[in-house]
Design a protein. Structure first.
Length: 319
């Protein structure tokens, strides 16, 4: 289809910066900084599953890249560039133009140019896949397996808004326009914590981004590191728009709610002042929410120090 190339030229071809060979050849070429490892990650998004088919296409473009940049952030990697795979049921130039605007704006903001991809017509729902490339020194990459006993557990930003917005839009919570207005931006326009990830190189022992919920994602750090953790429920930073929710809904939003794209990381208590300075320099609030312990498993304690039973689970596509 001749218009495949016109579509790519119109919506996805931007002049690649400096010494990058971007869209238009068989492969893109980009330089890799001396002594660095290439960090690579990919996410797949399907209309109707990961975003509403009638969602603002600018927000879909933003989020498609944001969730991938969040993986680079969680590794402490500097973005280098990205690829976009598109399977489209039909060509809709107004939708594509808005999608591309949201995508390119975030790409520019993080120095992560779109350098290639693939485009096809599809008999299925609109499907997008973004692959990001970043650079990180091998010895300071923020892996999941580095948490140490007695580390503090930190989280950036605030929790729960995306989950509440999703449940409001999905009809699982009673309609509440004021609550939706406070929480919706977190769901549709997540801000990947790239600068914070870079600032945590050499400070954090382990890190992960909260795509599937704090309980589950912190669980991945614990399993990979062979340690346990204790979390204090009252210390979990709450997003605006969560007041007055039933306790079980609040607990689910804070611990089980996915799509957060904040960073959870562990670090030695000796580094608290440096970590607070790193958060301040990036303009991201950081909160200590618990401690790494010997053993296995995750215990959540209430304000009286009692263990809270029945931690809500995180998101699992095949559960
Ligand atoms: P090939 O046949 O070598 O796979 P294509 O015809 O699929 O090449 O793509 C032509 C050029 O357009 C390539 O540089 C490719 O990376 C780029 N491209 C295709 N689809 C997209 C897209 N959705 N976003 C960005 N670049 C794309
Ligand atoms: Mg191709």
């Amino acid at each position: 289809m001749a218009s495949e190339f016109d579509l790519i030229a119109r919506h996805f071809t931007r002049t690649a910066p400096g010494d990058i060979l971007g869209v238009g050849d068989d492969c893109a070429l980009f330089p890799v900084p001396e002594g660095m490892r290439v960090a690579v990650s990919k996410d797949l998004l399907i209309a109707g599953r990961h975003f509403y088919p009638d969602a603002d296409p600018r927000a879909v473009g933003h989020k498609a890249l944001a969730v991938n940049l969040s993986d680079l952030a969680a590794m402490g990697a500097q973005p280098l560039g990205c690829l976009l795979g598109l399977a489209l049921p039909a060509r809709d130039d107004a939708w594509l133009a808005a999608f591309a605007e949201g995508f390119h704006a975030l790409a520019r903001a993080h120095g992560c140019p779109l350098i290639g991809g693939d485009t096809t017509r599809s008999p299925h729902d609109l499907t997008l896949s973004v692959t990001v490339f970043g650079a990180v020194p091998a010895d300071t990459a923020l892996r999941r397996d580095g948490a140490c006993v007695d580390d503090d557990i930190w989280v950036s930003g605030a929790l729960g808004a995306a989950d509440v917005a999703y449940r409001l839009l999905d009809g699982q919570l009673p309609a509440d326009a004021a609550r939706l207005a406070l929480t919706r931006r977190a769901l549709e326009w997540p801000q990947p914590r790239v600068a914070l990830g870079l600032a945590l190189r050499g400070l954090a022992h382990a890190a992960i981004d909260l795509s599937d919920g704090l309980g589950q994602d912190l669980g991945h750090i614990l399993t990979a590191s062979g340690v346990a953790a204790e979390l204090l429920f009252e210390s979990l930073p709450r997003a605006a728009g969560l007041d007055g929710l039933p306790p079980a809904v609040l607990r689910q939003a804070l611990l089980g709610g996915g799509d957060v794209y904040e960073l959870c990381f562990t670090a030695s208590p000796a580094r608290r002042a440096e970590i607070e300075a790193a958060g301040a320099a990036c303009g991201v609030p950081l909160t200590r929410i618990g401690r790494i312990q010997a053993g296995q498993g995750l215990v959540l304690r209430d304000a009286q120090g009692q263990a809270i039973e029945q931690l809500p689970g995180g998101f699992d596509h095949f559960a």
